[in-house]
Design a protein around this ligand. Sequence first.
Ligand code: ADQ
Length: 466
Amino acid sequence: MSTTGTSSFVVVANRLPVDRVVTPGGETTWRRSPGGLVTALAPVMRAYDGAWVGWTGSPDDAPEPFSTADMDLRAVPLSAEEITLYYEGFSNATLWPLYHDVIVPPEYHREWWDAYRQVNERFAAAAAEVADENAVVFVQDYQLQLVPQILRSMRPDLKIGFFLHIPFPPQELFAQLPWRRQILEGLLGADLIGFQRDGAVGNFESLAELFTGASAVGDTLVTDDGRSVRARAFPISIQVDEVARLAEDPEVQARAATIREEVGSPRHIMLGVDRLDYTKGIGHRLKAFGELLRDREVTPEDAVFLQVATPSRERVEAYQTLRDEVELQVGRINGDYGRIGTPAVHYLYSSYERAELVALLRAADVMVVTPLRDGMNLVAKEYVTARTDLRGALVLSEFAGAADEMGTGAFLVNPHDIDGLRRTMMAAMRVDDAEAEQRMKLLRDHVISHDIDRWAHDFLAALRAV
Ligand code: ADQ
């Protein structure tokens, strides 16, 4: 065993939390990416000489280790072929659909699995190299499920935590995976495994008992080699301060008012903000809205639908097909019900600055979050946080992790039930101010007291305690 590293806290994630910026003079610098995870972990990074191990996002990119204000960054290179096999293939065309209720059929290819294993070994080796003796290592998400076990075999001194940001499926689906035992054993290399929901914890525990030699003893799993592993739910959240500050910014509020005018000052603005992903139920909500227009329950003067779709995984075939389907649907609805200057659906295929995003949230009377399956869904939490005015209504799918915490204040819906979705969207539009305020207060109280700093603190405290 060699302990060569100096960091007593190491995060391992598919992506580094920085983006490369090339100055006009041709020099490369790095800018911290906006994510909530990196912001929540920054104080821990500073306090413990933290390091972050991840990929830069470009093929064959292996800059020397470098530092930002808060942490050391260790780039793990991926070749163009590995991006195709490990990232677009096994991560996003096998695991992603399998873990999201097989909404599209997962593909099982042995060469994708081989690449996944090799890349996981590379990430584990990089983490083993930077970690100081007895360091805490925090591994993130479905791309790196083998890292805990590989890392433990290299460095048994480490304390290893893992957090899965997406759902963990039930036996009926997970059992399809030809490499189910290996994935479970990979995860069981951790001391603490965090999931978004209690249901995922239950799924994992019963699968671990079924397909590995582990057995549940009280609230712990004991592996066949006698190690104790805890699995627990840690529902992730957002940077409440950042969203609330933007929401109170007069410029953002002025922008929200302008957006309302620009879409024709309808009585109701309905908003969807999602990565363009087949898990998000964009088609279901557009279908429901189109039917409301068809049956004249709403007119384009009453209500417009604003759908922001962030470009995502554009090289994966299922995402290209989805884009065509959504854009066909938007075109149909506007062709049938739009008027010159007043389309019924405003569709934006683009990424936005945080301030613009919060302005959209402030402009929306009804936020429509209807995933068919979602680990958590941060947009729902961002919406209620942005509503410092206690106005607006949240339509939320039962299949989002956020439904566990936000079920009482939101208008919960089963997105597969198009009539139910229509009724719920109408109810959210018609809710009176007093009830809307009461619901929004409940929602905000919960999110404000459960922000991402608390999530990071709870997870790391539980990890240190095991
Ligand atoms: P995602 O599937 O990406 O995350 P989500 O939780 O909604 O989904 O987070 C998306 C983030 O991107 C939000 O912060 C949102 O504001 C931002 N965003 C969306 N569209 C944008 C746009 N056009 N421009 C700029 N920003 C945009 C995965 C899981 C989720 C889980 C999170 C965190 O799928 O279930 O909640 O990780 O664990």
